[in-house]
Design a protein around this ligand. Sequence first.
Ligand code: HOZ
Length: 427
Amino acid sequence: MRTTRSRALFSRATQILPGGVDSPVRAFKAVGASPLFIRRASGACITDIDGNTYVDYVMSWGPLIHGHAPPGLVKALAAAARQGTSFGAPSPLEVELGERVRALMPSIERVRFVSSGTEATMSAVRVARAATGRDRILKFEGCYHGHADAFLVKAGSGALTLGTPTSPGVTKAASADTLVATYNDLESVRRAFDANRGQIAAVIVEPIAGNIGVVPPAEGFLRGLREICTAEGALLIFDEVISGFRASAGGAQGLTGVRPDLTCLGKIIGGGLPVGAYGGRADLMDLVSPAGPVYQAGTLSGNPLAMTAGLWCLNRLTPKLYASLSALGATLAAGLADAAREAGVALQVNAFGSLVTPFFTDRAVRDYASATSANADQYATFFRGMLKRGVYPPPSQFEAWFLSAAHTAADVDKTIAAARAVMKTVK
Ligand code: HOZ
């Protein structure tokens, strides 16, 4: 595998982009490698500027449930672009996508489109604080809700990989109202409410944790959160940026039947273009300006290209798609587990439908502590070996693998065969 061009471009990039990238995990720091610069992508594959092609399991970190550049989407985007790329004024597409989101997730009675998941979560918390008149929020250790100041407390994703759970530059005041509980541990939530009676505006949770690797909710955890929030007069916010339209067409809430007060969306809702959204109960969302006093705005919010991509994606979420994604996910998870067993490597594979994470640990992974017991050095060796064999997993132990409609049984077989060979090299 020749990487001369990627290496040269990375060297040049470090002179203009901090760390050579526009988002930390892309720098491959956590896996001791130099990032690949991608020239193009199609279906389940990406090709770098040296001409190497890989089966991709990053899939732009989740939005591409229909694969890279599906021809129908490309055509729809080209047609939309001819009509104008941004209006800064309402367009019919926003209404159409909003209604589509509400049909798929009925808890979303009103929705506001923004441009990223980070914008969605910070705005949802603002609404929760305004609605309750309370300042504090409760999040879970290892859950990542974007990079707004209030959330960079014991966060997951890049903040975890880089070992900076609390970022410099976040003031004590900005994070002082953020409480942290343990994922899948309702007792830790009750303790936080006991110690902060009448002060917690909202509990925000990834209903399927996806930023410490994949950690599904334990039986009863989400329902327990709903009960506690209702009893304590706090709002329940589901951050479904990853799980929305992926766990099922109705997200994690559609599968579990637990109805949050507010939901944050991103990734699939934009079909690979920059979109986020937050929505929920009409009485809460009607606090948002100009319906109400809670200010939030954005130049590219409801952008016609992004709305077009979102609609294209959401209109193609069939039961058949989820059945085949789950089957592929199960085959991949089982294949990775078998490969590790054969090689005598301790591995726990967590999977939820099309989300998969192989954790290099012998502990069951159900929260931050067990996830971070995984051996990141072993993952790094595994990652580099897979890359050499034409498979591109996420460049961090603590990120999810994403499958798409474009992945085939042959892609997964190739991945498992590569894993069989590579596991033998993992010490
Ligand atoms: N925060 C994303 C992973 N959970 C990474 C975003 C990116 O690098 O594109």
